[in-house]
Structures are given as C-alpha cells and as structure tokens.
Design a binder for this molecule. Structure first.
Ligand code: DWN
Length: 409
C-alpha cells in the first residue's frame, strides 16, 4: 500500500490506531442488505507537522450522507437547549453587524440551531448535504441548501447574498475530508470582521476518557487547538478563542477570524499549554492511547461474557454511530446483546451495522427491560439517567465504558 499522506500538511502519516474492518457508523440495515454490506479498514494516522489525528481511509461521502441519513439532531432535549444557547451567544456577540447581519451554518441538520435565527428574523442560510434532514430544516422555516460546501458554493452565496458575519458549524467540520476546500470557502464567504465558530468532539477529551468510539467513518478528523491553529493558519486565519463544551462527551468550540481582525484570548494560550502537557502534538501519545483502547476492549468483552454466563439479559441503550465502533471492534453481537433501543424511527426495525443486533423502539426497553443496559449514548447520560429512574429502581444496571469499563446503579 502507498504511504498515506496527511490531508493538511501533505507529509507522510504514521499509522497509530487500527480498528480492523468496520462498516458505516450510521449504516443501520435490513437483513436483505447484510450480504452486500460495505466494510473498510478503519485506521487512524497522525502527522507531527499538522498535529492532526485523521482516518487514513474514509468511505466516499455519498455512502455516508444521503437521503436515508439516520441521524437527526433534535433527538435530545439537552442538545435542543445547547443549540438555543449557542445561537443566543452568537446573536448577542460583537461579531454580528447591527444592520442586516447574515449567518451561515454548515451541516445545519434539521435546523436545530438556525431555527433560532429564523425566529429572530435574522438572515440565515443552512447548507446540508443530506437531503432528508435538509427537507426537515426547510419545513422548520430554516432556509437550507442541500449541497456539499466548497469555494464555488461560497462564491455563489457571496454573489447572491453578500458576505457573512458568522459562519457556524457543530459536529460537522470533523466530518469533511476536503477541509482545506472548506476553509478556503470560509475565507471567501466571511466579511473582514466576520468570525467562524464551530465545535466538534475534542481530542483532549477522547485521550483522557479513552472514548475511542468517537472514531468512526464520519469523523475523518479529531481536532485539537494545535491542529486547528495550524490548519486555519495555512489560510491566513487565526484562532482567537476556545470554549470547552460538555456536549458529545467533551467538545471544543473554536472561534477563528481573519488575521489581525481581533486579539487572541488568554483561553487559547492556556489550552495550547495544556495540550502540550498532554502531548496532543506528539506521536508517542497515540501509541500509548492505542494500548489503553485495547485494554478497554478486553475489559468490556470480559464483563459482557461474565454477565451472560450468569444468565443475565443485556440490551443496549441508544443505537449511536459510536456504538458501531465498539460493537465491531470488540466483536459483540446479538449473542451478547439482545437488542438496542433507540428513539429514532428510521433506525427501528433495522439491525446495527456489521454485528447485526436488532434495533427496537424505546417501548421495547420500557416493557421488557434487561438486567443490564449498555449505555451507548453515554454522552447523554445525565438526561437518560434522569428519565430512567424506574429502570434503576427495579434493579436495572448500566454498563459504561467511559472513562473506564464499569457497572453503575
Ligand atoms: O457527529 C455526529 C454526532 C453529532 O451525532 C454524527 N456523525 C452522528 C451522531 O453520532 P451519534 O449517533 O453517536 O450521536 P448521539 O447523539 O450520541 O446519538 C444518540 C442516539 O441515541 C440517537 O440515535 C438517539 C438515541 N437516544 C435514545 O434512544 N434515547 C438518545 C437519547 C438522548 C435518548 O434518551
């Protein structure tokens, strides 16, 4: 195989993590599609030049994001509140022009964030390649284009609508292999005083919590302040602020602007120092992480097998994309996990990618609760635990793997 190359620096990538053959993270499927299911080698590489952890090979975007895309953002009340707060922070910031501000969001999904701008009558535009979720956004009153964003799309928007005050994205930028094209588009689209604000799962949290399930086909990159500063620096843009977020088990919101537009906050300097302490810019950190991931797999498999041998019933809670990595990497199938309950109608009645565990509606969990539930949606633990008091009161227990494999409740 040819030497893999870093998508950012063009330098050779060093392979640091290998999860074997994996299916699509959100590729929930009916039995008639098992025979033709798609798999690819899921390996991560690292470049000390760009400091970017990235998939060596990623499935084609059309395989992952299409009219049957199985994830809708508005499935959690916590996320609803989070995006309400994010949009109000932008609206109240110094970055929006007083007269006729224009806000663009990349990957606006079902409009969970932009609907707040629509309700405040702020000129906005969503760009969402998955047609089914883009349609939901339009129905929600969020003006949405179903396209993949790049420099050409940016030029078209500028011609037709002018430059933007704010370019937003949440859990999107880390999905885009041609991120250089996106950053070029952003530079074209933004006013000289405009800002980019985006958030994604944070590499520092993944390393500290051993949350390796943040790695799957859609997440081509796991960002740090170091890698974001390097990437945008290549295009004359500067990281001016960072704001840690609780979402998705630990995310970072990055704020960037054209060079010299705004001062750099102390938070950026502090985070860069913390990342150096953690070694997020160095190869040996990922070699050590790889060993911890292997240990986490051994611990989970042994716990599930022990419980099963005691005759316990085990189900999963939340058919997340993240669970696809865990199940396939650990080789856990329906012999260990009876079913996974999920509130998303498009996943229900299908089977999990690769390991083919049935996905059932939430009612299955409510009416026929297991002895143990693997909390695959661990990033929503607060909300779920608050809702599932009855399960715990009846003796039900949770299995989590983050920050270590353990039984709770
Ligand atoms: O980046 C991405 C993030 C934002 O969302 C995407 N690439 C895909 C997706 O990842 P995920 O599937 O790991 O996200 P979640 O938010 O952890 O998925 C939660 C799943 O759990 C959904 O399918 C809904 C379900 N759920 C449930 O059944 N009961 C969620 C909650 C809160 C619940 O109470």
């Amino acid at each position: 195989m040819n030497q893999p190359i870093c998508r950012i620096s063009g330098q050779p990538l060093t392979k640091v993590l290998d999860f074997g053959q994996q299916p699509l993270g959100n590729g929930f499927l009916p039995p008639e599609h098992f025979i033709s299911e798609y798999f690819y080698p899921m390996e991560m590489g690292f470049s000390e030049k760009s400091m970017m952890l990235q998939l060596i090979e990623q499935p084609a975007p059309e395989k992952m994001f299409h009219e049957h895309y199985a994830f809708y953002s508005s499935t959690s009340r916590f996320m609803e509140r989070h995006f309400g707060e994010f949009s109000h922070q932008v609206m109240q910031s110094k970055y929006l022009a007083k007269a006729d501000p224009f806000v663009v969001e990349l990957g606006c999904n079902d409009g969970i964030m932009l609907k707040h701008f629509a309700q405040a009558s702020i000129r906005h535009l969503g760009i969402e390649p998955s047609r089914n979720v883009a349609e939901v956004a339009n129905v929600n009153g969020v003006r949405t284009l179903s396209e993949f964003f790049n420099e050409n799309v940016a030029e078209k928007i500028v011609r037709e609508e002018g430059q933007a005050d704010a370019f937003l994205a949440a859990n999107v930028m880390c999905h885009i292999p041609d991120i250089q094209g996106v950053v070029k588009g952003i530079r074209t689209l933004l006013k000289p005083t405009g800002v980019v604000m985006f958030e994604d799962p944070y590499l520092g949290d993944v390393i500290e919590k051993i949350s390796y399930d943040q790695i799957y086909d859609e997440h081509v990159f796991l960002f740090s302040a170091h890698s974001i500063q390097y990437l945008f620096g290549l295009h004359g843009m500067v990281l001016i602020d960072v704001q840690p977020q609780k979402t998705h088990g630990g995310s970072m919101r990055y704020v960037l602007a054209h060079a010299d537009a705004y001062p750099v906050s102390d938070a950026v300097t502090k985070l860069l120092l913390k990342e150096q302490d953690l070694g997020l810019h160095l190869l040996p950190t990922f070699e050590a992480f790889s060993k911890k991931v292997e240990q986490s797999r051994a611990d989970l498999v042994s716990l599930l097998c022990n419980l099963k041998s005691q005759g316990k019933r085990i189900a999963g809670y939340g058919a997340t994309s993240k669970s696809t990595t865990i199940l396939n990497y650990c080789g856990v199938g329906p012999d260990l996990i009876e079913y996974i309950s999920d509130t998303t109608p498009i996943k229900q009645g299908k089977f999990t990618p690769g390991m083919h565990i049935p996905v059932k509606p939430y009612e299955a969990f409510k009416t026929n609760p297991p002895d143990y539930a693997v909390l695959f949606a661990w990033n929503h633990a607060e909300e779920i635990m608050a809702n599932e008091k009855a399960f715990m009161d009846a003796g039900g227990k949770w299995i989590v793997h983050v920050p270590k494999v353990q039984v709770l409740g």
